[in-house]
Design a protein around this ligand. Structure first.
Ligand SMILES: *Cc1c(COP(=O)(O)O)cnc(C)c1O
Length: 437
């Protein structure tokens, strides 16, 4: 009945997640409130990991793409489930370091890593820096030689795959700020350059073709294209690339219309393609890396709000405003993402009217869902926006100086805070009035 299997209706006729009644959660922690179901996060990690074992003899590593939701506790869960971590900034890397995450399971991405970030990564001996471009390659080699180290790198390749997704999150094509392209020879050039550098070890190739993809085909195609490139490198340079990282982007169910594929199916199908192509091309089976982000955490999360102002503009639109908005969930404002929602204090109420859920920020585009069917709502009702576990807290801001909500982790009827609620002191924490002002 709900888009996420983390949710059910309890005996009080309230929405329940991780054994916790959402009305009780709101009474204890207030609103807005991010809630994450620990059990489902772990289950998702296991689904990928077990599939890697089953379909590819465990000759691979599943990374959690932490940008989807990066906190120390979430890093800890990924670690306990045997996953590696994909980080895209010094801040994410620092979070992992502070969480005690094993550095030999960390991959560092990004199209403009600063020298300071590279240094942090190299000092901590992370497993892999995924090189985006020539300038970065040279920076790494420079830092590594200064420190007397050899750095294991892979390369972000644009395989030229059209992943049939929203333009903003399509990254495999040549017109993208990420990586180097195959089709114009850039990719071969950078690998050729890298094998000559004394403090660089060429360990692998990487691609990431987009996000919220519902089709297996683009992944199979990407694997094929990348393996052909590995074969070409072997032929031209005599170098065997041992690792192939196929990125993330596996789609999740945001609305009842979304129909995602079971995540293990991706590994099953792609493994077959990999075995076939490797046999045909006479290359070794590579170590496989996958980087699911959204599909690990999105469905495990909900955001709870209190309903405030209700504005029924007859013949135009009915706006229902909540006590959060684009500050805690900017995804509608960014790319008109769709969400499903329920009234947590009567989740089985029939959906009888079309409403638009608005936030409280001073932006007309500050919406959470436009024209969705909902029960009739009243002030004080608790609204649960579903599948908000990915790219919500991690993309949140203090726009309008609204403090960020806390994140609570729920499991077996117990709720633990993993990120504290911000207060007004946090809002002014870094403000300074200069003495001579
Ligand atoms: C964002 C990103 C991911 C994760 O994408 P999801 O859609 O959240 O699965 C994985 N790898 C790279 C390089 C990314 O940029």
């Amino acid at each position: 009945m709900f888009v996420s299997k983390a949710l059910k209706i309890n005996s009080k006729n309230h929405l329940e997640i991780g054994g916790c009644d959402c009305v009780d959660l709101v009474n204890e922690f207030g609103t807005p409130l991010y809630v994450m179901d620990e059990g489902l996060i772990r289950e998702n990690c296991q689904l990928y990991k077990n599939a890697m074992d089953k379909y590819y003899n465990g000759n691979g590593l599943v990374l959690y793409a932490s940008k989807a939701l990066c906190t120390m506790a979430i890093c800890r869960i990924a670690q306990q489930e045997g996953l590696g971590l994909d980080v895209v900034s010094g801040g994410e890397l620092y979070t992992a370091i502070k969480a005690g995450f094993p550095m030999d399971r960390i991959y560092f991405h990004g199209n403009n890593k600063t020298k300071e970030e590279l240094e942090l990564a190299i000092d901590n001996n992370i497993r892999r820096i995924v090189v985006d471009n020539r300038q970065e390659l040279n920076h790494i080699n420079e830092i590594a030689s200064r420190k007397g180290k050899t750095v294991n790198v892979s390369f972000r390749i644009k395989p030229g795959i059209d992943a049939h997704t929203h333009d903003f999150i399509q990254t495999g094509q040549i017109d993208s700020k990420f990586g180097v392209a195959l089709e114009n020879g850039e990719a071969l050039e950078i690998v050729t350059e890298a094998v000559k550098l004394s403090n660089i070890n060429v360990a692998g190739l990487h691609c990431h073709i987009g996000s919220q993809i519902f089709d297996i085909k683009p992944f199979e195609e990407a694997a094929r294209v990348m393996l052909e490139f590995i074969a070409q490198i072997k032929e031209k340079l005599g170098v065997e690339i041992e690792e192939l990282n196929l990125g993330g982007g596996y789609g999740i169910k945001y609305t009842p219309e979304d129909d995602p594929i079971e995540y293990d199916k991706y590994i099953e199908s792609v493994s077959k393609v990999i075995r076939n192509v490797c046999e045909n091309k006479g290359i070794k089976l590579p170590f496989i890396v996958m980087e699911p982000g959204r599909s690990i955490v999105a469905s495990a999360g909900i955001t709870l709000y209190k309903i405030g102002t209700i504005k029924d503009i007859k013949g135009v639109r009915k706006y229902v405003a909540v006590d959060g908005g684009m500050g805690d969930n900017p995804r509608y404002a960014l790319y008109q993402s769709k969400y499903d929602a329920v009234i947590a204090n009567r989740p089985d109420a029939p959906k009888t009217e079309k409403i638009t859920i608005a936030g409280k920020c001073c932006e007309s585009g500050d919406l959470l869902a436009k024209d969705i069917m909902m029960p009739e709502v009243k002030e004080g009702d608790i609204l649960a926006v579903l599948a908000t576990g990915a790219y919500n807290y991690s993309m949140s801001s203090n726009y309008n100086r609204i403090p960020r909500p806390p994140v609570v982790l729920v499991k077996d009827g117990k709720a633990r805070v993993i990120v504290k609620r911000e207060d007004y002191n946090d809002i002014i924490r870094n403000d300074i009035i200069p003495e001579d002002l």
